[in-house]
Structures are given as C-alpha cells and as structure tokens.
Design a protein around this ligand. Structure first.
Ligand SMILES: Nc1ncnc2c1ncn2[C@@H]1O[C@H](COP(=O)(O)OP(=O)(O)OP(=O)(O)O)[C@@H](O)[C@H]1O
Length: 203
C-alpha cells in the first residue's frame, strides 16, 4: 500500500526523471532497444550508482538500509539468477499464497523439487515472478516479465500480476514492447526517447 515517487533520478543515459505513481497504479515503460529501460529500473531498485531520490509513500530510499529498500521495491530482471539447486530452496514455504500462485502459473506442488538446471527459459521466468511476489514488495519493477512466454502463459502471468497489484495496492512499473499488452492492461504508457522519460502519445 504505497506510492512511488522519483525526483531527479538520473543515471548516465537518462535525463533526470520526475515520476509519481499512486498506490496501486500501473505504468508501462517502452522505448527502443538500448534506450535505458532496464537501467531505469535498476536505478530505482538501487542496484546501480545513480543520482536523485526515490520514495515509497513518505519514506525516502536514503532513509533506510539498502536491503530494506530492495525488499520493498521488488525488481524482476529480464534474466533471473538462481543460487541453490532446487526450486523450493528459493521459495518461503510459510508464504500462504505460494501454492495458489504456483497453480495459477501452471505448476504443481512437485515443482518445488525440480532442479533449477532443468527449467526452461519460460519456467524460469514464471518461477522468478513467484519468488519475487513471496517477498511481498510494495512496488514492482518488471523487466519484460512475459517476453519468453506463449499466449496462454502470458495471460496467466498478466492475471497474477494484476491480482497482486489489486490485492496489495502495489505500484507497478512494467517494461513492455507489446502495444497490445499495454492496451489490454490499461495502465499509463511512458516512453524513453532521447534519454527522456515522457508520456507516450497514441496519436
Ligand atoms: N553496466 C553497464 N555499463 C555500461 N553500459 C551499460 C551497462 N549496462 C547497460 N549499459 C548500456 O546502456 C544502454 C541501455 O541499456 P538497457 O539495458 O537499459 O537498455 P534497454 O532499453 O533495457 O534495452 P532492451 O530493450 O534491449 O532490453 C545500452 O546501450 C547498454 O549497452
């Protein structure tokens, strides 16, 4: 239940970004390859050096330890990193929604025993979303979370993210190259062009 606000957020490619997302608001970010979309998300998540400030509600990033900020602001990278051997080792068993989230993405309970090495690209992508939601972030920064998925699994992921956004009133910044997805999910559309983050015009 928190808004996200950015003021003067800047890294090497981007002009200073001013942005406010209400609690529960969805905004898409698009722009050409290499325009800085992933770097923007990484700067907000405080994973790379940057200038400027960010707030969740009225709490500034600089007012809390980096690990606390990174847990509250959940970043889903385009390529996930897994450190243990089995899926279940990355997911908290006490999370009450875990079984439901896995089922909604097409995974049975046996998935927890699967080796990470056997996962397909799309399975890794879907399971990394479950892992992120289990962190219960208040803000979600999603870097093309459906890029490797067939339409059925894309719909499942969209539905799960939308459900989480509504239940948790989470603010979402979602990098997507897909105009149909942006229309389907009815969020604000932002575009990075020549280093500036600006509202996208559909005209
Ligand atoms: N650690 C880094 N050091 C130097 N340059 C980097 C670094 N990370 C990314 N870049 C460069 O910054 C630019 C923007 O990268 P970014 O990953 O944000 O692009 P993007 O808009 O997400 O592109 P795509 O749609 O292809 O994923 C690219 O030219 C990339 O090569």
């Amino acid at each position: 239940m928190a808004s996200l606000r950015l003021s003067g957020l800047r890294h090497r490619l981007l002009e200073p970004v001013e942005l406010s997302l209400e609690s529960g608001e969805l905004a898409f970010v698009s722009g050409p390859s290499g325009s800085g979309k992933s770097l923007l998300l990484r700067a907000i998540a405080d994973l790379d050096p940057h200038e400027g400030e960010a707030w969740i509600g009225d709490q500034a990033r600089s007012s809390m330890p980096a690990p606390v900020w990174r847990r509250r602001v959940g970043f889903l990278p385009a390529e996930s990193f897994w450190w243990a051997d089995r899926v279940g080792e990355h997911l908290p068993p006490a999370e009450p929604a875990l079984k439901d989230w896995l089922e909604r993405l097409g995974f049975g309970p046996e998935t927890l025993d699967w080796s990470i090495a056997r996962l397909s690209t799309g399975e890794r992508q879907r399971l990394s979303l479950v892992r992120l939601l289990a962190q219960r972030p208040e803000v979600l920064l999603l870097d093309e979370p459906t890029a490797n998925l067939d339409p059925n699994n894309r719909d499942r992921v969209e539905s799960l993210i939308e459900g989480y956004r509504q239940d948790a009133s989470a603010s979402l910044l979602w990098v997507s190259h897909d105009p149909d997805q942006r229309r389907r999910l009815d969020g604000r559309s932002l575009l990075i062009r020549d280093g500036r983050l600006e509202p996208e015009s559909w005209a």
